[in-house]
Every structure is written in structure tokens, then in C-alpha cells.
Design a protein around this ligand. Structure first.
Ligand SMILES: Cc1ncc(COP(=O)(O)O)c(C=O)c1O
Length: 374
């Protein structure tokens, strides 16, 4: 007998991916960048949300930007006829052939890729779109300004259709270096006189640097309703919606006596007699082991009035379970639904309590967690 995989089966944990939230967030990006086309960034299996869900929710995007050519293949196999951008281009000459067959646009960020493109004989008849990447100060990928023109002219002479591209290091920060202004200055100088469409902005630039968008924007994290800064208030202000809701249940309740210790290491000591709830979610599900005591978990119908209430974690997160303080949740029972992150608990808040960013948590959702696409 095969068990259904998309609903609670044995362990009551489930990540629900809300495709209507994807649609909403994409709509917000269109409002914020009405003159630009949108590359929806879906690398890392759509930041942990699954390609299937992203494809369903973001089908009205202008293109998908990703890293792994297998994901491009997946999109073509599912009849996506629109544009696909390989964000780090190709990693070998053999991959180039495959990428062209799949009609991918390519980022080109180094000399080796330029050489491969020069030697490659394109028999497909389709002009290949290149997004030539300038290192305008982030010092990760891209040509330095003094090398950029040569690369541009070489690819232009080889018959490619060129676009200018750069990536911001600090669009989410007020005083980070290099600033968006410095990177823009570098970019504008480097491309002077070289006519081509441009692609500049990530989520933070779309939200806060509307003068630095370009013809194609490249939103990632904001599509998922998560903040580029890690501050959830930015998501509220920007009217974005969480796409991934990670939920589970209370599977046991312990009645502690004052002075009892909880979990591995006994890190939490009960300050008084109290109830704690044991939740079926641990670090092997992608919940951060370093979440501090006090990380919020929402428990449904649990307060004195039967409303949902935020309960703080207590004790160390273990592989399959975590524990929460139920003192504010007198109605909490075994079987109560809890939300680890989503609508009631911003993933940004969980990340902050764990010394990381929402990007990492959503990308690290474990394979063993069933996903329901809604
Ligand atoms: C080149 C490039 N563009 C766009 C993005 C999307 O960034 P964000 O998720 O911050 O919007 C990324 C993600 O890291 C990226 O590497």
C-alpha cells in the first residue's frame, strides 16, 4: 500500500506553499518596477519552495533565473516557453551546447566563458542572449570595469545579443560599502556608449533603490514574502505575503515542576510549575538548532479565549522535536496545530532569534518535510 505523501501521514509536519501569495508578490513587484521586465529568481529549488510551486504561482513572470541547468530542463519539460536565465552561465563547453538547446539566456562573468562562446558554433538559428556581468564593487563574479568593454566587443563581434548586468552588495543596508550609488556610478561609466538593455536590481534594490532597476529586475527573496534585511516590518510595509507556511502539531505535553530541566543539556530550567508542549519539528526538518529560548511558535486556539497565541521555545531544539512554554496557552492540547513560520510567525523573526537570515531557513527546508502546493 502506498501512503499519500502530501498530507499528514505519520508525523504531523507539513510545508504549505501558497501559490496565491506568489501571484500577489509578483504583482507587487510589477507595481514597484512597472517599466522593467521580471526575472523571477528560482535558484535553490525556488528558495526551498519547489520548482513545481514556483512554476504554478509565477507563470506570468517574464522569465525565470536559476543556476542549475537541470532546473532549466525541468521548466522546458513542463512546457515553459518563456525566457530562462542561467545566473552563473555555463560551467563547461559541453554545458553550453545543452544550454543553447534549451534556449537559455546566459550570464557571462569570466574570460573562460567568453572563449567558449567564441569557439562555439551556434547552429540553432536563435540568437543567444548574453547578460554580461560587471563587477562594480561586490568582488564576487564579473569583469572588472577595465576588462568589461573588451569582453563586450568580443561577444558582440561573435554575434551574441548583449545585455549589461551587475549585482548590488548592499542594497539592503544604509551604510554598507560599496553603496548602491557607488556601484551605479561604476556601472554607468563602464557601459558608457555601449548600447544594450540592462539588469540590475535584486529585491532590496526594487524595494529601496527605484533609480537602480534596469530593464530587467531580478527579485528573489521578496517573491517568497521574506525580507532582504531580515526585518519583518519591511515585508509588512511593502505589502508582501509569506509563501511558505511550515506547520506541525503538539504531540505531547509535559507538566513540569519548578526546577525541572528540559531537553538535551537541560538548558532550560522551569522557573515555576508549568506546562510545555512538544512539537514535531526539529533540526532534521530544517528548523534552526541555534534558535534561542524565546523563539516564537504560534499555537492555534490555545489562549484563555481559544484564540491562537505565540508561545516561546524553551530548551534545545533536537533532531525531530522542539519544546514550547505553554503558560500563555492554557487551552493548548495534544493535536493542536502550530506554525513554525508563515503567516503568524514571520520566518524573519525565527531567523533573527537563530543568528541567521530568512533566506537560509527557507532554502534549508528538509527533504523529509512533505510539501503541499495550494
Ligand atoms: C545575481 C543575482 N541576482 C538576483 C538575486 C536575487 O537576490 P534577492 O533574493 O536578494 O532578491 C540573486 C540572489 O542571490 C543573485 O545572485
Amino acid at each position: 500500500m502506498s501512503l499519500p505523501v502530501n498530507r499528514f501521514v505519520n508525523r504531523p509536519i507539513l510545508a504549505t506553499i501558497h501559490t496565491d501569495a506568489f501571484r500577489h508578490n509578483l504583482g507587487r513587484i510589477r507595481e514597484l518596477a512597472p517599466q522593467s521586465k521580471i526575472w523571477s529568481v528560482i535558484k535553490a529549488k525556488a528558495y526551498g519552495h519547489s520548482l513545481e510551486a514556483a512554476f504554478q504561482g509565477l507563470e506570468s513572470t517574464d522569465g525565470f533565473a536559476l543556476l542549475d541547468i537541470a532546473d532549466a530542463q525541468w521548466l522546458r519539460d513542463h512546457d515553459w516557453a518563456g525566457r530562462i536565465l542561467l545566473l552563473e552561465g555555463i560551467f563547461s563547453l559541453a554545458e553550453l551546447e545543452f544550454a543553447i538547446k534549451l534556449h537559455c539566456d546566459l550570464v557571462v562573468h569570466n574570460e573562460q566563458q567568453v572563449s567558449w562562446l567564441e569557439t562555439f558554433k551556434n547552429h540553432s538559428g536563435n540568437p543567444v542572449n548574453i547578460f554580461l556581468k560587471l563587477n562594480s564593487g561586490m568582488n564576487r563574479l564579473g569583469f572588472r570595469p577595465e576588462q568589461y568593454r573588451t569582453a563586450f566587443h568580443r561577444l558582440h563581434s561573435a554575434g551574441y545579443h548583449l545585455h549589461h548586468m551587475t549585482h548590488f552588495a548592499n542594497a539592503d543596508q544604509v551604510d554598507g560599502l560599496p553603496s548602491v550609488g557607488e556601484q551605479m556610478e561604476c556601472f554607468e561609466k563602464a557601459i558608457e556608449g555601449l548600447q544594450a538593455p540592462s539588469s540590475l536590481a535584486n529585491s532590496a534594490a526594487i524595494l529601496w533603490h527605484r533609480n537602480a532597476l534596469g530593464d530587467w529586475v531580478r527579485p528573489g527573496i521578496m517573491l517568497y514574502g521574506v525580507s532582504p534585511t531580515g526585518v519583518h516590518a519591511d515585508i509588512v510595509r511593502s505589502e508582501l505575503q509569506a509563501v511558505m507556511h511550515l506547520r506541525s502539531e503538539i504531540i505531547d505535553i509535559q507538566e513540569l515542576k519548578k526546577g525541572d530541566h528540559v531537553g538535551y543539556g537541560g538548558c532550560y530550567e522551569a522557573p515555576e510549575d508549568m506546562r510545555i508542549g512538544v512539537i514535531a519539528c526539529g533540526y532534521a526538518d530544517g528548523y534552526p538548532r541555534h534558535a534561542e529560548d524565546g523563539t516564537p511558535v504560534w499555537v492555534d486556539a490555545a489562549d484563555a479565549k481559544g484564540e491562537g497565541v505565540i508561545c516561546p521555545t524553551v530548551g534545545r531544539v533536537s533532531m525531530d522535536m522542539l519544546t514550547v512554554d505553554l503558560r500563555e496557552a492554557p487551552n493548548a492540547k495534544v493535536g493542536a496545530t502550530v506554525e513554525l513560520w508563515g503567516n503568524e510567525v514571520p520566518v524573519d523573526d525565527v531567523a533573527q532569534m537563530s543568528g541567521t537570515i530568512g533566506y537560509e531557513l527557507i532554502c534549508a527546508l528538509a527533504q523529509r518535510v512533505p510539501v503541499l502546493i495550494k
